[in-house]
Design a protein. Structure first.
Length: 482
């Protein structure tokens, strides 16, 4: 979900304009579909593709050294400097090529006409509130298979393929059906419950590992005039950042897999019921910051940073996105979701971590090889370090932190990953079925439940109906865990 931001889902990920939000979310899904229908209606581009260049040790992908390169970056919480710095490296490698760089928050509305006309950019950071539906893009064959990039020599060490330098799960995330890899997720995001260690110290408290302790801490905070939780009320699809791994902890990762696979009655699993009822209890006991349902991600993060609430479900982009409002002595930390009780199937520390900031190379791009080469440069150690040091986030490159003084949030995220070990989950609904995840599950159900306008049972029933309808809709490309 990567930096995304309204300012930005990001999902600072303004990112999370990430992971992709929009106050008019319902309006975003419709144009997305019309965009893809138009794309599918015509397969011939309006311009000639650049001829492939000669392959060599320095040019393994065969980039045409004189072909122009067009790059469009989502201008969110991660900013754009990391991308322009990588563009500068491309220019050094191919000085005869003209590089056109464009930053925007309006990915879909600006790129829809280009896709429809057969003139999309060569590389796109498909993030933000107007993120194009990845599952539909793949289903309509609008993307280039990035396997040649993954099998190319890495930028730093020709003896290693690019795929061998990536963090676990990155390649798999870019796959939707079979072996082709359609997306390169550049950022590596740790999702969870974010908090101030200083605030917990002030309450003489530790991060709660089970739900009874969570409720007890929220009660203690309430007596001090501090809310237990807040969240992006206008974009309640942030809630799953902690809710989904909570479900997995209770019932096992297979529960999330069944949900992703749109299996019948997946949402009626006892683990889902237990998790929903636990979160609903935060509302019933008055542990949610007053006014939360009406505020956006920036407002909720600002209130939290000012000490009005202890916890907020978010991704690691929050450190950069909220840098201007987080106090220097905040001691930013991330916790894996508190468990329910000793009957949980997975241990405390189970967390959601996955690739974010999805980069794509359109199938009808003029300079496909150039788009992939730009990604190869970005996946170098130098570019990775540049990104991590400037935006406080890890990248898909498995390393790039040596010699960098990690910020509190980044250090906490790395520690959380180490504690999780193999207990890392990666729900795919937000990649495979954007409308279902954001508009239907997030806004129509989770948002209503946490505002007290729907009970957990009602929310589960409605979500299951939405999931069933998605499963039966033959106009939607369906995916399953392999």
């Amino acid at each position: 979900m990567g930096s995304t931001s309204a300012q930005n889902n990001g999902e600072g990920f303004d990112r999370r304009d990430l992971i992709k939000r929009s106050a008019a979310l319902g309006l975003v899904a419709v144009p997305t579909m019309s965009f893809l229908s138009a794309c599918a209606s015509s397969d011939s581009g309006s311009g000639d593709k650049a001829k492939k260049g000669k392959t060599s040790a320095k040019n393994p992908l065969g980039v045409n050294e004189t072909a122009p390169l067009a790059v469009t970056i989502f201008d969110g919480g991660f900013g754009t400097k990391y991308a322009t710095d990588a563009n500068a490296e491309y220019k050094k490698a191919f000085p005869k090529a003209k590089v056109q760089f464009h930053a925007t928050q309006k990915i879909q509305s600006e790129l829809q006409p280009k896709f429809n006309g057969g003139t999309p950019p060569d590389l796109i950071d498909n993030s933000g509130a107007e993120q194009m539906d990845m599952g539909v893009l793949v289903g309509k064959k609008q993307l280039t298979d990035l396997t040649p990039l993954l099998d190319a020599p890495s930028y730093d060490d020709p003896s290693k393929k690019v795929r061998d330098t990536l963090r676990p799960g990155i390649v798999e995330m870019g796959q939707f059906d079979g072996n082709p890899v359609w997306i390169m997720y550049y950022a590596y995001t740790v999702y969870g419950v974010w908090y101030s260690q200083k605030a917990l110290d002030g309450l003489d408290a530790q991060y709660p590992e089970n739900w009874d302790d969570m409720l007890a801490l929220c009660a203690k905070a309430k007596k001090k005039g501090i809310a237990g939780w807040t969240y992006a009320g206008k974009y309640p699809y942030y809630l799953p950042f902690s809710l989904y791994p909570f479900i997995a902890k209770i019932g096992g990762r297979e529960v999330l897999d069944k949900i992703d696979n749109l299996e019948p009655n997946a949402w009626k699993d006892p683990a889902v019921k237990a998790a929903f009822e636990a979160y609903y209890e935060l509302y019933k006991k008055g542990y949610i910051l007053k006014g939360t349902p009406g505020i956006d991600h920036i407002q909720s993060q600002t209130a939290w940073a000012k000490g009005k609430a202890l916890f907020i479900p978010n991704g690691s982009w929050v450190e950069n996105e909220s840098a201007k409002v987080i106090p220097s002595d905040f001691q930013l930390s991330v916790g894996a979701p508190s468990g329910l009780d000793s009957s949980d199937k997975m241990p405390f520390g189970t967390i959601w971590a996955s690739g974010g900031e999805p980069f794509i190379v359109p199938a009808r791009a003029n300079n496909v090889e150039g788009g992939m080469e730009q990604l190869r440069i970005m996946l170098s150690e130098a570019s990775s370090k540049n990104f991590t040091s400037s935006v406080k986030s890890l990248t898909a490159f498995n390393g790039g932190t040596d010699g960098i003084e990690l910020t509190p949030g980044l250090k906490s995220g790395v520690a959380a990953l180490e504690k999780a070990g193999d207990n890392v989950v990666n729900p795919r609904l937000q990649d495979w079925y954007v409308k279902l995840e954001k508009e239907q599950i997030g806004v129509s159900c989770l948002g209503e439940m946490m505002a007290g306008r729907m009970t957990p049972a009602e929310a589960i029933k409605k979500i299951q109906a939405y999931a069933d309808a998605t499963a039966k809709d033959q106009s939607i490309k369906h995916y399953k865990h392999q």
